[in-house]
Design a binder for this molecule. Structure first.
Ligand SMILES: [Zn+2]
Length: 271
């Protein structure tokens, strides 16, 4: 991919500059020009006119996600939004089942009416509501007992809450949310495969593919369950990519400051 995530992000959110106390580092991040002082952005590496946004020891500098870390953040936020929307849809489904459990005839009608209302949306995604095993199963609930339906409604609500909690956790880049997403998503993969065996559609294949990719991406990218060195290696890689760390490493081995634009380096490249 040729997208420059750092510049794109800076264009939207603005640059982040920092004046480290260490003079050697300060010299690398700072320059005086005819139009005033410039400080190097910790994210994209461009020199920015004006006062630094913060100052202090280098190890107190804000940990600015850049390069790969920034791309990860973007992908996880996409997954977060997808989770929250799915969660809300399932809340509606849980509410419908609950309502149906209280007055079966009224809700039978409501369900069929709502199904008709959702048809244009479903058609747009090539999702055949009339032949979906899930919808078929819900139709069969018409003959089920009230207590059974209430359990189903509670289960749906529980699932919806997991999805919504996952979504907010992923949005704020919480590690527990990554674990929750991997475990919960993997647990429901068999159900998705089952849906496919009943009736194949592009929408279902797309959902399954997205979920398999999400599990693998988070599992390997975030080094969960101790994979690829685990949490320690993940934090080390993230720190190693921050510009101050790169500058420090460059100074330590006597390398000239990198020409602009700066590419994030990994620890192995500098060592
Ligand atoms: Zn910038």
């Amino acid at each position: 991919m040729s997208i420059d995530w750092d510049r794109r992000h800076c264009a939207r959110k603005g640059h982040i500059t920092y004046a480290p106390d260490e003079l050697r580092l300060r010299g690398r991040l700072h320059a005086g020009t005819a139009v005033g002082e410039v400080w190097r952005c910790l994210r994209c590496g461009d020199f920015v006119l004006g006062e630094p946004h913060g100052s202090g020891p280098a190890d107190q500098a804000p940990l600015v996600p850049r390069g790969r870390a920034l791309r990860d953040l973007f992908i996880l936020r996409f997954l977060a939004v997808e989770r929250i929307l799915r969660g809300l849809l399932i809340v509606v489904a849980a509410w419908a089942v609950w309502k149906f459990s209280n007055s079966q005839d009224a809700v039978r009608k409501l369900f069929e009416d709502d199904l008709t209302a959702f048809k244009p949306v479903a058609d747009h995604f090539h999702y055949d509501l009339d032949h979906s095993p899930v919808v078929d199963s819900i139709r069969k609930f018409f003959d089920y007992k009230k207590s059974t339906l209430q359990i189903v409604a509670a289960a749906l609500l529980g699932y919806a809450l997991i999805e919504i909690v996952e979504g907010f956790g992923l949005w704020w880049a919480k590690r527990w949310a990554e674990y929750l997403t991997v475990v919960a998503t993997a647990a429901f993969l068999p159900l998705e495969v089952y849906e496919l065996t009943e009736k194949v559609s592009y929408f279902k294949i797309g959902t399954l593919a997205l979920n398999v990719l999400a599990v693998l991406y988070i599992l390997l990218g975030k080094r969960l369950f101790g994979l690829r060195g685990g949490h320690k290696a993940f934090e080390a890689a993230r720190r190693g990519a921050s510009l101050l760390e790169v500058q420090e490493a460059a100074g330590a081995v006597g390398v000239e400051p990198e020409p602009l634009p700066v590419r994030p380096r990994t620890a192995t490249e500098t060592g």
